[in-house]
Structure formats: C-alpha cells, structure tokens
Design a protein around this ligand. Structure first.
Ligand code: GLN
Length: 591
C-alpha cells in the first residue's frame, strides 16, 4: 500500500455528507488500550508530567504496559528552537526528537526509552493537517477545527496505542484548562472518551489550593472555578489531585468534592515533596493506582508478583535518598545559571549518582563571563569537581576554558559535556599543543586553528549534511581507557547527541601525541566522542549528553565516576575506593 493509500485508509470514515470523522489507524484494537487524561487547572507548573509519570509507574509496576504522551500547545514543530531560559532544557530522545523536558521525567520514572510518538505539538498537528489538505485527502470538505483537527489528535493517540500495544496511554495536556491554544486538545479527549465507550478513559484534573499567608488557611475557590471550567467543556473529572504547599485539609477536599461530583476519596492531597521520587509512594498511599484500575475496569490484567518485586526495588532506591554519609560540591559553569530547569537532566544525573554512592551532591553555579586564568582559582576554590555543560554561542566560553585549564592543572575532577568537550579540546590545543590561536568556528568563524568546526563532509555519511547531529548513536570505546572501565569494560555504548560542531580530524594526531586520549569514537567515521587525560585523577569529556540517559535505578557511569572522584578528593583520609571501582560497584549496566 502506498503512503497516500494508507492515508486514505486512515481517513476512510470521511464523507462529504457525514459529520463523523474519526480516523482510526490500521491495527488499532478498540478496547485494548485505555486512556488516562491529565490536565491542569488554576495554574501551570503543577507538575502534571511528574504526576502522570508516577501514576503510570504504579501501573507499570503491576505488569501493565504503559505509554505516555505529552500534547503541547505551542506552534513550534519541536522544542529544538526553544530557548532553555524560557522553557527549560531541550530534551533529546533516542530517535532524535527534540522535545519538552517532561519527556525526560517520563523516561526517568518509567525507565523507558520514548520516541517522537510520545510527543505532539500544535505545530506538528497543524503541519500534518495542512499537508493532507494540499494532498486532497479531505475529499472536498472544508477543513475545520472540529472534526478534522481534533480527529488528527485522536489519530495520534490511537496510533500510539496501536504501535505500543499499551494497556494504558497516559495523555498529558500542556498548559492550563482555559488556554486558547490547548482547547482543541481537551475537546479531542472528550470526543475520544465518548467514542471509545464507558470505562475506556479516566480524566484527572490537577489543581492548586491557595494558602495566603495573611489568612493562614487553605482556600479552594480558585480550584473549584478551574474544575467548573473543565466541566463546562463537557468533561467530568473522575479524580482530582490537589497540589498545595502543605497537606490539603479535609474541609477543602470536601468542598471540592461537593462542587465537582467527584467522590471524596478521589479528591486527593498532593503536598510539595522534597523529592519527586517520593511521589509514587504518595499516590500509592492514596490508593490512586487501584482507583484508576477500577475506573478503567482492568483489575484483571495486573500481576501482583511483578509489582512486589518492582516496588521493593523502588523502595530500596528511595530509602537511600536521605541516607547519605558524604557531602561534596560540584561546580557547574553555565550560561543559564539562573534557571535550574535549563540543566534539569544534569541535576538529575548528579542526584542519581549521589544517591547510589551515599553522597549528598551540592551544586554551585559558576558564571564564567568574568573568569580568567588569573582568577579561576578563587572561583573554583570550594568545589570538589566541575562540569562544563552543553551550550551554544560565545558568551562565557573563554571563562569555561580557564576553568578547564585550572581543573587540568590542579587534579580537580572534570566532566565536559558537548560544548564542554569542545572547550576541553580547545584548552588542550592551546596550552599543551601550543596552538595558541585554537578555537571553535562557532565562537570565532575566521580563526586560524579551527580545532572545532562544522564538517558537513563527515556528516554526509549519516545523511545529515551541515545539520545538527541528533539522537542516539553508538560509541566505540578504546580498550583499557577510563571510559571503557567506567562503562563496565564494554566495547560500545549508546549515548544521545545534539551538536553541529565537532573535532576537526586533522588535529587528532598531534593532540594524541601530546597525551590526550580519544577513548570514544563514532564507529564508521572520525568523529571524536569521548576524550580523557590518563595522568589526571578524573578528566573526561564527551561530545554526547550522557545526562539524558541517567535513570534513578540505573545511574549514568560517567556521572557516578565524577561524584566518586570528587568524594575521593574531598575525603582523602577515608580511603574511598577509586572512581572506577566505585562506579563498577553501583552501575550494573552498559551505557
Ligand atoms: N554549540 C555546540 C555545537 O553545536 C555544542 C552544542 C551543545 O552543547 N549541545 O556543536
């Protein structure tokens, strides 16, 4: 079947004289997959993604197959063009999709790799509609928000259900009920629940209970109004999760229950939690997992033995969160130093590594625009290790190079990520190989020694031309190097990439001769992906973003190595095991 026949099959229900339009993908089994729709009222930033992933985890633990999807209101086709300063980090999936940082939360909590099927934006939905319209796929109909745009949303949800064969698809709608840009998503979910039939779907409204300090009591009116707005859209929530800074009082929950037709036991209190990893337990204590199973009538699909094992494993992890005997500080040099969300995955990866090693990892943000070789020491005085993370553009680059030089010369544990890897190459070229004018053409387009450059010829092999190299790629590791040992003496690991510039292969030989080891390379081309300095306590950098694949139960070895090296430096009298041994002990996975 050709693509267009396929498309026509998909829109087979279309007719010029029927108002019904609900394309169903091939292979879709109605009734197999149930849907949980999660939406927010009162305000954004309630943690819908965290809630949704934790609830999905509880069902996954019971042996059910779950598939999350985030529906974004904005018109960008992906998140690649978004400024992390405004929107948090750009998360990259294995298939190269650049998406919202919430997808990172789903991958971490569910320990599951996601793909572009798990992320939709209005930009994608409308591009697809306009493409089909130009293609003549609507057979003369005027193309409308309802049923065509909502139909496209339903198609995306059902496609995910069919492809993943999930028992439950968790649909998180971005923004807040009442936003113009998300309204058609909400309408699509209403239609979907109707079409799929009774017990097919469960609507969860997250809301916020205000507690003005001047009153000293919790007020539920804003929450009530938000839920009313949802009901005006034809949606009756079955569960209401009340976010608040403190536990939500019975009185406030009763008011919401009376006002919204939701039984009191399904109006739950979700106060702020010190760690997001405690939220699955909070939902479980409220019995929310079984409420959802009952509402969706899939209690018979669960496997309690699977759950006992999965839950015990999770609790082993959460028990360690507060049991930390050590404390170290990692400095992170960064352009977006005022916004923690821009570095969410790095913060998470450090947290996972710290929990695994029983160490509290404090982060010190280092603004590099004023750092030079002369003042690097005073700026890095109280850190036990540094990370130079990814970035774009020129701001603060010289300061980062000065920090790397200081780390290199003072045996301070160092981890460079993507841009940080490139800065480490420049530092080495300048100060060890005496290529004083070495630079990246991203920073200095006309520089005479472009050790970091755009090399479209290299990327042609991957069919990318001058474009960004995105998504998961295998890295070949050189035997007996630090990277090889950290990753459990395996010859190949997979990491995620998002870069345009890379090491110019003409400089590799002279740098290697001078003592730099390129311990990770792309399998079929001279793209350098990991570097290290063997004589240093812990000096490693990678063109990849290993932070993106760190998971609570499977911390990323490079981060574990960094934290272990920092601990060794901070507590010399404790005779801690060396970073490689410590990493091998807690990381039982390749990659
Ligand atoms: N700006 C650099 C590049 O495009 C690094 C990118 C990054 O750090 N993600 O190659």
């Amino acid at each position: 079947m050709t693509d267009s026949e396929d498309l026509l099959q998909k829109v087979s229900d279309i007719s010029t004289d029927s108002e019904f339009f609900s394309p169903v993908p091939k292979g879709y089994k109605k009734g197999k997959t149930r849907y949980v729709f999660v939406m927010g009222t009162v305000m954004s930033g309630l943690g819908k993604g965290i809630f949704s992933s934790c609830l999905a985890k509880l069902l996954q633990d019971k042996g059910l197959k779950v598939a999350p999807i985030k529906l974004e209101g904005y018109l960008n086709v992906d998140s690649g063009t978004l400024n992390p300063f405004r929107h948090g980090e750009v998360f990259v999936l294995d298939d190269g999709m650049e998406c919202d940082m919430d997808l990172g939360t789903y991958e971490r909590i569910l320990d599951q790799d996601l793909s572009r099927a798990n992320f939709a934006t209005s930009g994608q939905i409308f591009s697809s509609i306009l493409h089909k319209e130009r293609h003549g796929d609507y057979l003369g109909r005027d193309v409308q928000m309802i049923p065509h745009v909502t139909g496209e949303v339903k198609l995306k949800l059902r496609q995910l259900a069919a492809d993943s064969d999930a028992d439950v698809v968790f649909v998180e709608i971005g923004g807040t009920v009442g936003d113009l840009e998300n309204a058609y998503y909400i309408e699509a979910t209403r239609e979907m629940a109707y079409e799929e039939g009774p017990n097919s779907s469960c609507f969860v409204a997250l809301t916020y209970i205000l507690e003005p300090p001047t009153l000293g009591e919790q007020k539920s009116k804003a929450a009530q109004l938000g839920i009313k707005q949802l009901m005006q859209l034809g949606i009756q929530p079955q569960i209401i999760a009340c976010r608040a800074s403190n536990p939500v009082s019975e009185k406030a929950r009763q008011k919401i229950s009376v006002y919204s037709n939701v039984p009191f036991e399904r109006v739950i209190s979700l106060p702020d939690s010190a760690s997001i990893y405690m939220i699955p337990a909070m939902l479980r204590d409220n019995g929310l997992d079984f409420e959802v199973l009952r509402l969706l009538k899939i209690e018979d699909r669960i496997n309690l033995r699977h759950e006992r094992k999965a839950w015990a494993q999770w609790c082993d992890f959460t028990d360690k969160i507060d049991a930390k005997d050590y404390q170290i500080t990692i400095g992170i040099t960064g352009k977006y130093t005022s916004v923690r969300d821009s570095y969410a995955s790095i913060i998470n990866a450090l947290e996972h590594a710290g929990i695994a090693l029983g160490c509290d990892v404090k982060i010190e943000w280092i603004e590099t625009t004023t750092i030079t070789d002369d003042n690097a020491a005073e700026n890095l005085n109280d850190v036990d290790g540094i990370i130079v993370p990814g970035g774009f553009g020129t701001r603060g680059a010289e300061g980062k190079i000065a920090c790397i030089k200081y780390a290199k010369e003072n045996n301070l544990p160092f981890l460079g990520l993507c841009f940080g890897f490139q800065m480490a190459v420049i530092e080495f070229a300048r100060n060890v190989c005496s290529l004083k004018k070495a630079n990246s053409t991203e920073i200095k387009p006309e520089c005479p020694e472009p050790v970091i450059d755009i090399l479209p010829e290299q990327k042609k092999i991957e069919g990318l031309g001058g474009n960004m190299r995105l998504g998961g790629r295998d890295i070949e590791l050189k035997r007996r190097t630090l990277a090889w040992k950290l990753f459990g003496k395996t010859d190949s690991v997979r990491m995620r990439f998002r870069h345009r510039y890379e090491v110019d292969p003409r400089y590799i030989e002279c740098m290697e001769k001078a003592g730099l080891v390129f311990s990770g390379k792309a399998p079929n081309q001279p793209i350098m992906q990991i570097l290290e300095i063997p004589s240093h306590r812990f000096f490693i950098a990678t063109q990849a973003h290993p932070c993106l694949t760190s998971r609570p139960l499977r911390p990323q070895p490079i981060f574990v190595g960094l934290v272990a090296a920092a601990m060794q430096r901070h507590y010399p009298q404790d005779k801690l095991s060396d970073p490689v041994k410590a990493t091998q002990k807690v990381c039982n996975r390749p990659g």
